[in-house]
Design a protein around this ligand. Sequence first.
Ligand code: 5BU
Length: 418
Amino acid sequence: MQDIILELKEKQILKTGTFVLKSGQQSNLYLNLRELSFHPRLFKRIATQMAMSLSTSTHAIIGVPWGALPLASLISQCANRPMWLLRKEEKAYGDSSLLLKPSEISSATTNVTVIEDVITTGASTLKAITDLRAEGIYVEEVLAVCIRNRDVKARFAEENISLKYLFTLDDISQNSVKEIPSHKLKLHDVTKSPLIFSADVEDSAQLLHIIESLAEVVKIFKIHADVVHDFNDLTIAKLNQLKRRYQLYLIEDRKFADIGSIMVRQLEQSRYKYTKWADAIICHGIAGRESVEALDRACGYHEIELLVLGEMSSSHNLIDKAYTKKIIEMLPALESCAGVVMQQRPVGLSRQYQICTPGVKIEQGQDQAGQRYRTPEDVIRQGTDFCIVGRGIRQADRPYETACVYMRQIQEAKRQFR
Ligand code: 5BU
């Protein structure tokens, strides 16, 4: 449920401020569920949850007119239960009945569930119930997305009606709402946290666990979503929760490297949905200026920062000095570029670009697959702003304590060499 609430906040369906409600009461939270249909995936999630709590003895569902009708029809589909219609007012012509239901079904033998979006005082829901009772219908339960506070439950209990709901607005603490940053973090905002942890783990549970266990000390995490075999929408929702709770900055290390139009589609249409969670992506400049500029424009649109790869840590990689120089020359044209992935800070490079360096470990050396490691001290001495560390922390017996050791060494080296 927490995920749904967070998504409602993200989509601005749940807002904070000072609001006067229909009932005249004041509130600092406002839930505008009328806009739910603008977001079909979230809408379906909510309807599915509600459909699951529908009473098994309900014959049909009826939405309180008019606001709850789209929701009721979606629940009807999810639960495979018919939806009947209740008019707000009697028509002065034709069939004057308030209730539209199949004529062969007798009212006396039917139980219905009334669907509502938000219940504040319950007045309009109770009016609908009175109208249905006048038609001889037995209302078994009311199912709402949200009630403002629990007091209203007593009102329905008096009427012998069970009231079910997904959440109450009172349960949503003001604090958790305030925690949401109004804008994404920029790499520039996290320079006090010069350690980037490479969370190259195998599944979502490990990913979320390692991020949460390090989040007090590490603020920037680099992910290869495509090595996390079960990376899905739930992973993204939970990543975003962690981002908000700990004010994290997430980098996707996809290393985009194609022509511009394909890189843009890879960014926007990938099953890993980078635009929904990444604060930055890494790209190669191999395809040339125009291609990278196209990706840069898409990044600007999605408020994602671009980190351009200028050098690699692996042995015998094919990047030479001339290539790196051309990458550096490309940067001024890229509006979303926050930094460069390099092994050292190039002489004369503007301070507006952060240098991020992978291949860092307390012990220098090499792995069996081409990776070369330098020490944090060495890398910082060469002008790097952020050290990227993966296995040095992940494979340690105590990753949290080891991350603290890396952080101390980096900060000590910064004091020494800056
Ligand atoms: P390690 O476990 O610290 O070796 O992980 C290094 C990470 O940095 C890993 O995710 C690589 O994809 C990434 N990396 C790198 O190692 N070397 C490079 O030149 C670049 C990225 Br660019």
